[in-house]
Design a protein around this ligand. Sequence first.
Ligand code: BGC
Length: 753
Amino acid sequence: MNIKEIISQMTLEEKAGLCSGLDFWHTKPVERLGVRSVMVSDGPHGLRKQDQKADHLGMNDSIKAVCMPAACATAASFDRELIGRMGQAIGDSCQHEQLSVVLGPAVNIKRSPLCGRNFEYLSEDPYLAGEMAAAYINGVQSRNVGTSIKHFAANDQEHRRMSSSSNADERTLREIYFPAFETAVKKAQPWTVMCSYNKINGVYASQNHWLLTEVLRSEWGFEGYVMSDWGAVSDRVPGLAAGLDLEMPSSGGVNDRKIVAAVRSGELDEAVLDRAVERILTVNERYLANAKPETPWDQEADHLLSARIAGECMVLLKNEGVLPLDKKDAVAFIGEFAAKPRFQGGGSSHINCFKTTSALEAAQGLNVTYAQGYSVAADEAADESIAEAVEAAKAAKVAVVFAGLPDSYESEGYDRTSMAMPACQNRLIEAVAAANPNTVVVLHNGSPVEMPWLSKVKAVLEAYLGGQAVGLATVRALYGDVNPSGHLAESFPIKLEDNPSYLSYGGEADEADYREGVFVGYRYYDKKRMDVAFPFGHGLSYTTFTYSDLRLSADHITDRDTLTVTVKAANTGSRPGKTVVQLYVGDKQSTVFRPVRELKGFEKVELAPGESRDVTFTLDKRAFAYWNTDLHDWHVETGEFTIEVGQSSRAIDAAATVTVTSTVKLKKHYTKDSIFMDIMADPDAMKVIRPLMDSMGQMFGGHGGESDAAHEAVTDEMGAAMVRYMPLRSMVSFSGGAVSDEMLDGMLQAMNA
Ligand code: BGC
């Protein structure tokens, strides 16, 4: 299909029409030219393909499909290959169902535990989110089906999501809120990007030229089309000019007519419209030319795949010798989630599962009893239910309480109001733990919860929202058929108030100021050395690992070189298992505020008992850089950096230091108000000013008249300290006429040359 040729034959109306949906899920056809309509569908952890009529908010009329673990869980796998495999399966199901694009992955940063959509998002860490997103996209797109990475950008709250402005400074956007998108574009070239509902620093994402064109296309090289989130268009014509190609869903023709009028009046260059149409048709054609509706979709096989993936995502948060369970032992499963697990979140990602497996079903044939304990429908537990659960706990060797957040607690469309679990569940856990010293808690939630009972239970297994087969995966993990290997992709603070965004999350009216800046998640907790319930990257195993023999390819590099880091990972326990080797980099001294450590590499490694293996990472400039707001670019400050390798951000096994020298000279501009401290740090500027400073010995060194040497040293130091903060102009005022305004001007000219 010659797309340019077809566009040249289209009427203005046809072209404008192609820039919005036919309905909720289809692009428009132009039949007379052979342009076909294609369908898109949510996503991202399975298909929510609308059946027949398009009811945007209806969740029940989508086709039967397979619900894989949600992003909160898959991120915890720290396993690129695994999430890529999930992407392939989803891509195959899209081919079977004739879908051109699946709407995901969703990669917004988990700024606060309160965001209602955290369960759909990957991490508080941009590096991890970017790596996992790229692997997922490559998986789906290997099947010739597109993805739509969303929601671009800084869409980190549900509260007032269609009107709120996410106000963050340039460095914070570049270091925290953009990289997941950037990495995905650079490593996986998603076919489409979905822009978010919110504004960014006052400008809607859907009409933000800087975001959609300068950053996304010119800097990162995005080649596909940008679609709007459903209903995210405020002003269509500026939006099109800004780089928003496809408005979704349909605009009922209203915005199409505005586009036509704008071209006719000369307000909008027709070339801009042609370019948008070309982008949309190119992506559609890529799917159509490779469509394979005969691709089989074996849902039973995907159910088992879903169980396998969920098993790799489980995070063993705590274990004091009680897990894994022995299949011979009497075990009480307590809590409604044991019979009816919560395994996905509410809203546009909600999947109509063809089947589910609960833990209770999966435990058939084992020595397991059940007591409901609480009802998800109620916040308060009936005394009889608790009493019944306590009896079951007393009669068993181990009590496993299945707890977490009910559907209504976290969903698309609104935020949580606290980090607490329902009171009835907390009460139940306390009662069960008092009755049986071997109490285990399994959690189903999409975001951190407070655990007031933590010290009273022996083990906690974070199962997240693990998809429709989560019950099977949970039983395998509890009994040791699967050795847990998930690690937290987010910090679990002790209480909500500890979270760095606590004071300003949600914003005032429509202004959501990101006041914590780059200090999101562990970047804040580690800097503050604050106790957390569980740190970023944490996850236990039924075996033990150590990392040692850390080797760097060099002690000194420049910012143009790469550094190879090798470490030996060993399984020192008695079971096979997988460990997540995490590499963190920290700038020892910097002129800007920086986190203590930032994740810059990770590898998941499987090791047999006693086995050890070298794990290698390659670091480039970006691993050491921060975003410099004068250069508007990444920059490395010359100096020493720590390279830490550990099993969480708080469990560092090995560390080393490397010196990185910058090859970029920052251009400074001095004025008469520049202070000596900054000038003294710049050898070139010092060359100009040194002779004058020396001739003004009085002011810059000797104080004269003092006889006591010790006293003289102290006053010298004080004098030097005072001078450090003095502006250049003080040379004129304090030199007793020796330095004139003209001399100062001449000096400044030389310094700035
Ligand atoms: C959500 C998107 C979703 C779209 C289509 C919007 O409300 O924010 O994530 O893909 O609807 O269902």
